[in-house]
Design a protein around this ligand. Structure first.
Ligand SMILES: [Zn+2]
Length: 265
């Protein structure tokens, strides 16, 4: 049963004793959508919901641990405990009510330290999870298997910070090699491009990103030929980004394209 020495231990019961053991292979970061203290969050997990996380980091960087890292916590749906006994360790963080704010520098420092400890203690590999079950580090929004119905958690600003600051910081603090720079992104090719029924590797790359975001509506593929399945998938992405009606008609626009971060081909 591992407890992080730099966190204040406030064990949530009966979950701490009642929930099954896991072998932790992932660390998943979240935003709480509440600006609470660690104690308030503890009381919330204890009294109000069963979706507790292992850890919490306040705006000032103080860390709290509620569940031992080799016991299941319940914040990440199918990643909590898989059939092979592996599971994710979840880290909630204080945020504004809509989790649109960036992590404070104190939070970033605390997350880096915690992530490096996770690598040293449990051997979580120094990479960003490549699939929902792949060992490594991630954020809640990365895979649909990690949230019922999809989620924007931890928010756009923090998603950027995770890739640019937190994850590279963990690698550095753990003594690993810096990760490869993030891939060059494909600029929006213009609305007309898609209406010309294009056949292009860019459509395959877009489809892969839609699948990764939990928006894939493909019976097979994705492939290079623009199709109705691409349009349905893209419409699901537009809805996930909060658009509706004519703004979620499946024809790509600049805003949702930029948010999708399609790698250049
Ligand atoms: Zn979350």
């Amino acid at each position: 049963m591992a407890w992080y020495p730099n966190a204040k231990r406030m064990e949530v019961q009966p979950e701490g004793n009642a929930q099954p053991a896991i072998r932790p292979t992932q660390m998943i970061f979240h935003s709480l959508a509440a600006p609470w203290t660690g104690r308030r969050t503890y009381e919330y997990w204890r009294d109000s919901t069963n979706l507790e996380s292992h850890f919490y980091v306040e705006f000032g960087g103080d860390a709290f641990q509620y569940i031992g890292t080799q016991t299941r916590a319940d914040a990440n749906m199918y990643a909590n405990k898989r059939g092979d006994g592996t599971g994710a360790v979840s880290v909630e963080t204080a945020s504004n009510l809509k989790h649109t704010d960036a992590w404070t520098s104190s939070q970033i420092a605390a997350l880096i330290k915690l992530g490096a400890w996770m690598h040293k203690t449990h051997g979580v590999p120094l990479r960003i999870c490549r699939s929902h079950s792949d060992p490594g580090f991630g954020t809640h929004r990365m895979f649909s298997q990690w949230s019922p119905g999809g989620t924007a958690c931890p928010g756009d600003a923090r998603q950027r910070q995770f890739r640019e600051l937190v994850f590279p910081g963990i690698v550095k603090a753990a003594g690993g090699k810096p990760p490869k720079p993030s891939p060059k992104l494909a600029p929006f090719p213009g609305a007309e491009f898609f209406k010309s029924s294009p056949r292009s590797p860019l459509i395959t790359a877009m489809g892969r990103r839609l699948v990764a975001e939990g928006c894939g509506r493909y019976a097979e593929g994705p492939g290079p030929q623009w199709s109705d399945a691409d349009r349905r998938s893209y419409a699901a992405w537009q809805r996930k980004r909060g658009f509706s009606g004519a703004d979620a008609d499946g024809w790509p626009g600049r805003k949702t394209w930029d948010a999708l971060r399609v790698p250049a081909v």
